[in-house]
Design a protein. Structure first.
Length: 171
């Protein structure tokens, strides 16, 4: 009886290892991406930008705009996303084909959500640029990926745009 349990345990362990190895090899590219900035929606030609060190910057003419108030709201949104499992620093696993890409974004922080599925993103203009054709979530989330070896990934919606960037390796 003990031999049967040991044999069964050994078989299950090999099946599990094989499944994990296959799941990690179903992609063409693995990219280490990190948060590079978050930009507010344009308010009268003014964009407020939050950088990785929580520094606030502006883009465009912001005279008369409540920059500090908007920056605080953006920082709160970014903190909320980080605290609620959105992978800000992660590995992007991509599956390429002639028409576009799909994949998974997996956080490298155990406190954040393990995976964020990237639905099929259509290749635009025959380039190395891919974007979602339709709005993804209730808040109007759109995803775009630009690049092959160096990739920039953007999540845009009513909150503004979050940019992740990094280098890719082919598998």
């Amino acid at each position: 009886m003990i031999n049967k349990i040991s044999t069964l345990s050994l078989v299950l362990m090999f099946l599990l290892i094989g499944t994990i190895a296959k799941a990690n090899n179903d992609f063409n590219r693995k990219c280490k991406v990190d948060f590079i900035r978050m930009m507010s929606p344009s308010i009268g030609g003014c964009n407020i930008v939050i950088l990785p060190n929580d520094k606030v910057d502006t883009d465009g003419y912001c005279g008369g705009q409540p920059v500090d108030k908007i920056a605080n709201m953006l920082q709160e949104t970014l903190s909320f996303l980080k605290a609620n499992e959105f992978p800000i620093n992660a590995y992007l696993y991509l599956i390429d084909n002639d028409y576009g890409v799909s994949g998974t974004l997996k956080s490298d922080n155990f406190k954040q959500k393990d995976e964020f599925k990237i639905p099929f993103l259509k290749n635009i203009e025959g380039s190395k640029s891919y974007k979602s054709e339709q709005i993804m979530l209730d808040n109007g989330l759109r995803i775009k990926i630009v690049g092959k070896d160096n990739v920039t990934m953007t999540f845009s919606g009513g909150f503004g745009i979050i940019y992740l960037s990094g280098k890719c390796n082919s598998s």
